[in-house]
Design a protein around this ligand. Sequence first.
Ligand SMILES: [Zn+2]
Length: 417
Amino acid sequence: MVEHPFPDPRGPRMLLDDFHTLSGFGATPGGGVDRQAATVPDGQQRAWLHGWLSDHGFDVRYDAVGNQFGLATLVPGAPYVLTGSHLDSQPLGGRYDGAYGVLASAHAAHRVVEHWAATGESPRYNLAVVNWFNEEGSRFKPSMMGSAVFTGKLPLDTALATTDRAGTPVEGALREIGTIGDYPGPDVAAYAEIHIEQGRELENSGATIGIVDSTWAARKYRIVVHGEQSHTGSTAMADRHDALYGAALVIVALRELAAQHGLHTSVSELDVEPNSPVVVAREVRLHADLRAPDEAALDAAAKQLTGTIAGLGERASVTIDQVLTHSWGVAPFPPAGVELARRAADTLGLPYRTMPTLAGHDSVHLKDIAPAIMLFVPSVEGISHNEREFTQDADVSAGADLLTEVLTRLTAGELQS
Ligand SMILES: [Zn+2]
């Protein structure tokens, strides 16, 4: 591997040490983290990042949906190259998902600022680090909320009024942790994000870097099964309107759709009312998630699901409502950004693969308002949204080196020239 032209002066240990510190916020006994959006541990890690960015010369600002920015103004008045990911996690999530990308962005951005200062040259663009609010969507739906508001895809008022299961709205939760402001956000010249792959393709191929060239399509539904509450012992089977039985049929149908249409499907959340041992359930609310590399296959599956659900309602003597709550299509990342990332990986001698992203990321929104580059580093055994999520230290460092090279090129205006 070629030496990086301007290595981190404090060596790769600094990123790993900071990552170790960051992984302490919301740490779980199983080696993961639990820091859902705008919870106490999320507030703690945001405060820590605020301190890190300030100590390294970045000006820290918050927008109205709690996105956290660290600005390095190199060319007053110029737009910003933005780089980041998200610090929030799933319940009992892994240490690397999102957090690696934010920290690698902070370190890489700092190295790039020092590089420009050392050369005495002036870049074309400024540089900013971002920690997007609520990428995971576990406490507040939808996922990728902060970047959706930033890119104009979700109204701010809708996001702020969204409540968690306990009825706490986003706005109140953000005020509680003190990370909400009125900064309108920077003008974005380009966006770069690095993330763990969360799959096995890099590990299987032996590549160190994934350069994302497209995204799978996704559809998410809220499905509500309405039954009638009754006694589990005394109610005749023929008289039952068991919402949980109806929900079970829906869960099986979704799993079977995956095999038929080549999709990834899940029922990933279930609320049962009243969820009591001697009571037939009166209502069950499900969250269903369908993903595919091909929109036509997703359309066909969605159509089939709607038809199947009508029949299942009849079979279980319940009614079933299905509402589409969030979706995105198959979309390419800009080819010029893929090419720039390839050149950067070649410069560093890093083996890479171009590949799609199966998961949603904030970059999926950002690519619609600015040229965006999405990079992956390998996930051991593809494990993610799990406390055992792991990426080798060497890959952590290689990814940050590549992001540094990419940001240098982006701030120089290579994508626009
Ligand atoms: Zn993530």
